[in-house]
Design a binder for this molecule. Structure first.
Ligand SMILES: [Zn+2]
Length: 328
């Protein structure tokens, strides 16, 4: 007799219903030691480490956040029904979604380079802002970081630059895109939808300007790490190519903000993309390249640990989470 015929769907759900009924009986609740123990709600330290040639890569979790109404962010140029259909087809809830954030630490043997800094101390009550804690859990200290690279200047990438009114990575120099810094730091943003972002950059980023190097397309952070213009999400958004010992990895930052909605439908407009058509074009050129060259990539908002590959399907791409490929 097969397991499936013995454990039918009906008997499985019947067993569950009996279990729930037994738990609900008050005399059992009182006697249950387990029911008297408070839930340990804390999240585990979360990082993923692998090597890339002579580089050691550590993807750090900044935590996660639940957001309601996916269609309020993704697929602004399509219908709610289209968004719900794709979510349902891919086993995702239609009414809410989870965002994760993945700053990435690269030890080149000479430099310890942090790409983006997470939501910072202001996000901690909401369950994010965990980058510093996870960097330490992974075996490093903030004062060991020699370079901080900022891919673009949205709050979930720059707010971790400061901690308690001082630089969170006190010995670091900084690298970012020239176009990105020029856009956000300009007084021209006052009175526009970018005014809040401008103020945030003045508070969090501008204090580091004298220790900052500004890159354009093709600029180098250190040997083996090269910037690539990927404008659209923001006016100066940059992605980075890493290469060591003949192995390659891309850091795609916010080129795609959701592993299904942005990758399977790259033309669906995203509320966070400042230039919607430009961001869609960038999404397609970056992920076409990653698919064609069969590269591994870290996507800042891909499901943690945010490392994977890309397969071209239909009008877009399928995210293939990395399992053990980078460990072998
Ligand atoms: Zn982001």
């Amino acid at each position: 007799m097969s397991i499936t015929s013995r454990l039918s769907r009906r008997s499985l759900f019947k067993a569950t219903a009996l279990g729930a009924g037994a738990l609900a009986a008050p005399q059992i609740l009182v006697r249950s030691a387990q029911a008297q123990v408070a839930m340990a709600a804390a999240q585990p330290a979360a990082f993923k480490r692998f090597s890339l040639g002579d580089f050691e890569i550590t993807v750090l979790s900044d935590g996660h956040r639940v957001v309601e109404n996916p269609h309020g962010i993704f697929g602004m140029n399509t219908t709610q029904a289209d968004v719900e259909a794709l979510l349902t087809e891919t086993y995702l809830p239609v009414d809410k979604m989870q965002f994760t954030f993945a700053p990435t630490l690269v030890n080149t043997g000479t430099d310890l380079i942090l790409f983006d800094t997470g939501n910072g101390e202001g996000g901690r009550e909401g369950g994010v802002g965990q980058t510093l804690a996870n960097l330490q859990a992974s075996g490093y200290t903030p004062d060991q970081v020699t370079v901080v690279v900022i891919t673009h200047m949205h709050g979930d990438h720059v707010n971790g630059l400061m901690e308690g009114g001082a630089p969170a990575y006190p010995n670091a120099r900084y690298v970012t895109g020239q176009a990105e810094y020029d856009f956000w730091s300009s007084e021209d943003r006052v009175g526009t939808p970018a005014e809040n972002g401008h103020k945030n950059v003045l508070a969090k980023v501008a204090p580091m300007a004298e220790k900052m190097t500004f890159l354009g397309d093709g600029g180098s952070v250190v040997p083996g790490i090269t910037a690539m213009a990927a404008f659209g999400h923001t006016p100066g958004h940059m992605v980075y190519g890493l290469e060591s010992g003949g192995r390659k990895l891309m850091l795609t930052a916010d080129t795609a903000n959701h592993f299904v909605l942005s990758l399977q439908r790259p033309d669906w407009e995203v509320r966070f993309d400042m230039d919607k058509a430009g961001a869609a074009a960038t999404r397609k050129s970056v992920f076409d390249m990653i698919a064609t060259d069969r590269l591994a990539f870290v996507g800042y908002h891909m499901p943690f640990p945010s490392v994977g590959y890309i397969e071209k399907i239909g009008e877009g791409y399928r995210f293939i989470p990395e399992t053990y490929q980078l460990d072998l």
